[in-house]
Design a protein around this ligand. Structure first.
Ligand code: ZN
Length: 158
């Protein structure tokens, strides 16, 4: 085995070796390497010192009624969840936020493409353009109707 200190994953290898999590082949190779490499031997010794110090930490005492309290809380949470399901109050804003952001982006894009047309004030002294516009629109509608008749056949009776 090449010295793992020459690779970036040396720390991971030494930690896993000290924790006994390496597969037997790799652990054997590394153990063999330790016999010839003082640097790795020192690192592995330090890591094993950390592990044994962790092992010596006293376990945290658990209160005698821990189980009873835990099951009580689980029951409470389940009943609360049932209430929320029944009242449909579990709704959250969180899933709506991306949709709102997407809607805002679409609206902004729409505004960029179609800026608001501020309607010009139409005074009584300009009736002629309006009539011309109506006639023009009627002509357009006739044209569209002709095209529509060609494309979409009229329903019988209409
Ligand atoms: Zn080494």
């Amino acid at each position: 085995m090449d010295c793992p200190l020459k690779n970036a994953d040396a720390a991971e290898l030494i930690i896993e070796y000290s924790a006994g999590k390496l597969d037997s082949n790799t652990a054997g190779e590394f153990k063999h390497h330790l016999e010839s490499c003082a640097d790795c031997r020192a690192l592995a010794a330090h890591q094993q010192a950390v592990w044994s110090a962790l092992d010596e930490l006293p376990p945290v005492a658990v209160s005698p009624d821990f189980d009873a309290k835990l099951y009580e809380r689980i029951t409470d949470e389940e009943q609360e969840a049932w209430w929320k399901r029944a009242l449909h109050v579990e709704w959250s804003w969180r899933p709506a936020l991306p949709i709102a952001a997407a809607s805002a982006a679409l609206f902004a894009a729409f505004l960029l493409k179609n800026p608001f047309q501020i309607p010009a004030p139409q005074s009584e002294s300009q009736p002629k353009p309006q009539i011309e516009q109506v006639v023009h629109a009627l002509d357009d509608m006739d044209m569209l109707k002709q095209v529509g008749v060609e494309v979409v056949p009229e329903k019988a009776g209409s």
